[in-house]
Ligand binder design. Structure first.
Ligand SMILES: Nc1ncnc2c1ncn2[C@@H]1O[C@H](COP(=O)(O)OP(=O)(O)OP(=O)(O)O)[C@@H](O)[C@H]1O
Ligand SMILES: [Mg+2]
Length: 246
């Protein structure tokens, strides 16, 4: 379990201080998918920086299974909002970043090949990020996080740069991968539909400074063909009301 207690983050600018997160409290159960939804600037990415160990300047406590966050001890798959690719490394090198490669020969195991193919980037392995479209770069970032087989998956609007059809394919792929090992996931999204489709729990943030308004059990999760179910529309209406009330 990830236990977040009174997490408060302030950014110190030149002339002003920004309170990004204000006493955020939540327990994230192992093996669940938490979709986080909230308006732009409410601190969603900031929360992900804290969970990934990138941002250490905060007050309050955050622990994973009773221990401090330590990216070296925990396998954390991270997909940043700006993709976080290294420009001087090829697609292949970027996707294998978390994996220790013994020598320079390109030996892809079955799982890595499957992920690269499913993400449609298996033909782009020798390119550099600047030679890719935004959606392709996003898929490289997704591949890197999945190939790591993480214990904790942190995704910051991972499908935002994709067209609607590719986005739905990626949602299915993510759910298929998740079903294999139920990796604990924090998934940030702007989309109510995506929050409902992917989250077993839905966390609604207030406008800046970010506080948690509600944590909802999602009855739609695990329903077959839920995009067409009555429960889905009822829950969608409820969630839209909470989000807009913000
Ligand atoms: N490095 C920084 N220095 C100063 N202020 C910052 C910094 N990074 C973020 N902020 C501010 O902190 C607040 C939260 O930003 P954050 O990026 O976490 O929001 P977000 O919810 O991810 O927004 P979006 O949905 O647009 O991605 C915003 O008001 C933002 O302007
Ligand atoms: Mg953000």
């Amino acid at each position: 379990m990830i236990a977040i207690k009174d997490l408060t983050v302030k950014y110190q600018g030149k002339n002003e201080e920004t309170l990004a997160l204000d006493k955020v409290n939540i327990n994230i159960n192992t093996g669940d998918i938490y979709t986080f939804i909230g308006p732009s600037g409410c601190g969603k990415s900031t929360l992900l920086y804290v969970l990934s160990g990138i941002l250490k300047d905060y007050t309050g406590t955050v622990s994973i299974d009773g221990r401090d966050i330590n990216p070296k001890a925990q396998r954390i798959g991270l997909i940043l909002q700006n993709y976080g690719l290294l420009p001087w490394k090829t697609v292949y090198e970027n996707t294998m970043l978390g994996i220790k490669i013994k020598n320079d020969s390109r030996v892809l195991d079955e799982y890595s090949s499957y992920i690269l193919k499913q993400l449609g980037i298996d033909a782009l392995l020798d390119r550099y990020p600047k030679e890719l479209s935004g959606g392709q770069q996003q898929r490289v970032a997704i591949a890197r996080a999945f190939i790591l087989k993480p214990d904790l998956l942190l995704m910051d609007e991972p499908f935002s740069a994709l067209d609607a059809i590719t986005r739905e394919e990626m949602q299915e792929l993510f759910l298929n991968i998740w079903k294999q090992n139920s990796v604990t996931t924090v998934f940030i999204t702007h989309s109510v539909d995506e929050a409902l489709y992917l989250g077993s729990k839905i966390v609604v943030f207030s406008p800046s400074p970010g506080r948690i308004l509600e944590v909802l059990e999602n009855p739609c999760f695990k329903l077959d063909n839920l995009r067409f179910r009555d429960e889905y529309y009822a829950m969608s209406t409820k969630l839209r009301k909470i989000v807009s009330k913000g």
